[in-house]
Ligand binder design. Sequence first.
Ligand code: HEC
Length: 171
Amino acid sequence: MWFNPIKVGIAVLALVSPSILAESVASYPVGWESWPVVKESQNLPADTVLPPDTSLFIQESVKAYDWINNGLGSPLTIRVNPEKLEQYKTHGPYTDGPTVVAISEVQGIIWVTEHLSGLPIYGSYNRKGEDISSMHPSLEASFCHQCHDAYKDICINGTCTEPVLGVYEKQ
Ligand code: HEC
């Protein structure tokens, strides 16, 4: 035989598995376009100079997404599932299902936070509903947890209370 089926199987697995690891866990919430806007924020440009007393959380958030729009930044719109508006006001506890989306207006990236058994799960999509988590390491679901679940005093039940623009509003 000119090929070894086991070897071919391993090769296919190796090709496919990185994309499995980078898959969104939250699903694409159809109809998010009509969810109420709760916040207008920004992905800050790469050359942003943050005030020296900026929290580590904000510094990391700005750095993580400074590649958006080739480093030029983008307006960021945050929309909440209308059925969860009251839950969002208190940052949970959240019922199951899609909770909130953040949309980078320039690049059309949609960050999704969903809840399952009270716990946040994450995903990244484009406007066509295609999973784009493998487009950039900072769009992988595991990366979202590193920030949204690590800063438990700021991101309560997976939604964050400290807005990036607040750094400037305080000045
Ligand atoms: C390094 C920190 C960091 C990482 C990593 C991160 N986020 Fe966030 N996220 C933030 C901050 C900060 C905000 C609040 C932005 C604002 O209000 O200006 C936010 C806001 C959001 C919101 C709007 C609701 C809310 O919590 O305020 C969603 C949805 C969201 N993120 C999803 C994701 C997803 C999905 C990922 C992974 C692909 C991710 N985030 C990765 C820091 C992070």
